[in-house]
Design a binder for this molecule. Structure first.
Ligand code: ATP
Length: 134
């Protein structure tokens, strides 16, 4: 089966580098399935899981937005943060989820709701990827 190279890169460095059969990424306009030979494209990503299918396994990587650049032989994802399921600290993500929920329910003035909503999405995404729930 044909393969395509995948790199997931953050400002802190590379998080994933491998050859896979298919990549499924969540773009702002919906889910995109990427196979070897895909036409060149760039698309913005939402906070979500990237699924990487190879002969041996299916892996999930949590990404917090950014962009996917597709070339026929290579997929590059540039994102502010990314974690493989094994590197996610579940307790930390649950704490972040609680904090964000409290902020969103708070009646105090000065709450940045957009920021809390994004933190909530990142935390939920990490929990889902860690638990294999996507
Ligand atoms: P927190 O409030 O727990 O820091 P956050 O969503 O604000 O969560 P980010 O700003 O998205 O965190 O990420 C900061 C750094 O911490 C990144 O390198 C990211 O990969 C890492 N990170 C964040 N949450 C987790 C987690 N639950 N497990 C492992 N790494 C994490």
């Amino acid at each position: 089966m044909k393969t395509i190279k995948v790199n997931i890169v953050t400002p802190d460095g590379p998080v994933y580098d491998s050859e896979v059969n298919m990549v499924i990424a969540k773009t702002v306009t919906g889910e995109m399935g990427i196979l070897p030979g895909h036409i060149p494209t760039v698309a913005p990503l939402v906070v979500g899981a990237v699924r990487l299918d190879s002969d041996k396994q299916t892996e999930l990587v949590a990404v917090s937005g950014g962009f996917v650049e597709i070339r026929p032989d290579k997929v590059t994802i540039l994102t502010p943060s990314a974690e493989t399921a094994s590197s996610i600290d579940l307790a930390r993500a649950k704490e972040a989820l609680n904090r964000a929920e409290q902020r969103l329910q708070s009646k105090q003035s000065g709450i940045d709701f957009k920021r809390a909503e994004l933190a909530l999405k990142r935390a939920m995404n990490r929990i889902n990827v860690k638990e294999g729930n996507i």
